[in-house]
Structure formats: structure tokens, C-alpha cells
Design a protein around this ligand. Sequence first.
Ligand SMILES: Cc1cc2nc3c(=O)[nH]c(=O)nc-3n(C[C@H](O)[C@H](O)[C@H](O)COP(=O)(O)O)c2cc1C
Length: 243
Amino acid sequence: MTIGIEFFDKTKYPNLTAPAQHNGLPQPELEQAVPEDVKIIPLPKPSAISVPSMDVRQAMENRTTLRKYTQQEISLNELSYLLWVTQGVKSVTDRPATLRTVPSAGSRHAFETYLLINRVESLNPGVYRYSALKHCVYAANMEVNITEKVTTACKSQSHIRTSAVTFFWVAVLERMAWRYAERAARYVLLDAGHVCQNLYLAAESIGCGVCGIAAYDDDLTNAALGLDGVNELVVYAATVGKR
Ligand SMILES: Cc1cc2nc3c(=O)[nH]c(=O)nc-3n(C[C@H](O)[C@H](O)[C@H](O)COP(=O)(O)O)c2cc1C
């Protein structure tokens, strides 16, 4: 059985049957451009953030899924750290490709990270996008009731409403399909597992808990985040909050 673009609407991806790379087409950008008219919110530099040390074995032993969070907010340092462990760019190679804190098939790194922020130091609640190359966030949708809209889109899972922040990993499928054609869908799903596992383990060391989320309505969730669901679509999400 081939696990490929059947996860997605094939009629929308007629060109994914042959890798564009082999046809000499230029590779897509390493990440979606940051719009020029947005206010960029720089995040603390990952190298300057100190987090309590915890050995990997202990983090794995402690890890459980957590759906009940305290009202405590998470700091900007902690948000920066969690973004870095899930998508942080360590270097950009000559190809060019990004090398990050997580592996990715062919280093294609097809994800954009969107955040539903409820309780993070100095950030107003709303939907933000993370730029991994610039290590910054910017507001993408600050409409009132966005938390309720996203919660409803995710089958009314109440831990989204009560989370400090919910991560959404959005695949720009073309970035992966440029090299891997119809296998791209399989690879973005595998990549997503690596990303969320880093979140689960890193959260342990800063007193947070995580719940991975795959039960959501695709159309409603994409729409709530302002995504077209074709070129950019949510493949996985995770709530985070203080234990
Ligand atoms: C791919 C995936 C999707 C999941 N989706 C949801 C979800 O939508 N809602 C939820 O409450 N938990 C979700 N979970 C969490 C699982 O229910 C949880 O990992 C499982 O019950 C085992 O518990 P543990 O993580 O504490 O070991 C998901 C976990 C994974 C790995």
C-alpha cells in the first residue's frame, strides 16, 4: 500500500506525481515570507536562555500527556525555548537547506508553526506565526473569540481553551513534494512526530505538560488559522501549559 497524497485531495495536487526537483524546477523558499507590514516580535535568543537541566532518561520517564493546566502563564523565554526545540534553525547550508533541532526527510523542513496564545508573558491572546529563520513571532489573527473558534474547530477539546499556548504544525506540502512527490504526505506526517516528541520532552524540564492533538476538523481548523488548506494545512497540534 502506498501512503502518499491520498491523505490530501489529489485533484488539488495534479503535479505531485513527479518530483519537481528532477524536472529542474527551483526549490520552494525555506519558509513562508514574513509579511512586510507586520510588527515583528523578536524572541529571546535560544543560546541565552537557561533552563533547568534534566536528563533525557528522566524526561522520558516523567513524560505523560497532560490536559489539565494551571492558570500560570509561560514566560517568553520558555516560549522561545519550546519553539527552538521544535523547529529552531541551527544553520543554513549552501544547498540551501535548514538544519534544525529536529530531523526532517531530506532536510526539507516543510513546517510553519502557528501558535494559539492564551497565556504567554507580554503577548496578547491571539494566533501568531513563528518565523524559524528570524526566530521571531508576529500576530496573524487577533480577532476576539479566536480561542473559541479554534477550540470548536478541534472538536471542542477543552484543553485548547485552557492551554497557555497551542502549537499547530502546518505543512507547506510543496516544500516536501518538490523532492519526494507523492511520498511527501507520508514524510510530513513522520516529521511531525519528531517535532511533537521534542515538545513533549522539553516541556518536562520547564514544568509544563503537553497533549498532542490529531482530532480536529481539517477545514474548520485551517480556516480558523487563515490557511487555505491546500498549499498550507495543519497536520498536527499540541497544547502546552504549566503543570
Ligand atoms: C498522533 C497523536 C494524536 C493524539 N491526538 C489526541 C487528541 O486529539 N486529543 C487528546 O486528548 N489526546 C490526543 N493524543 C494523546 C494520546 O491520547 C496519549 O498520548 C495517549 O492516551 C497515551 O498517553 P500518554 O501520552 O500519557 O502516554 C494524541 C497522541 C498522539 C501521539
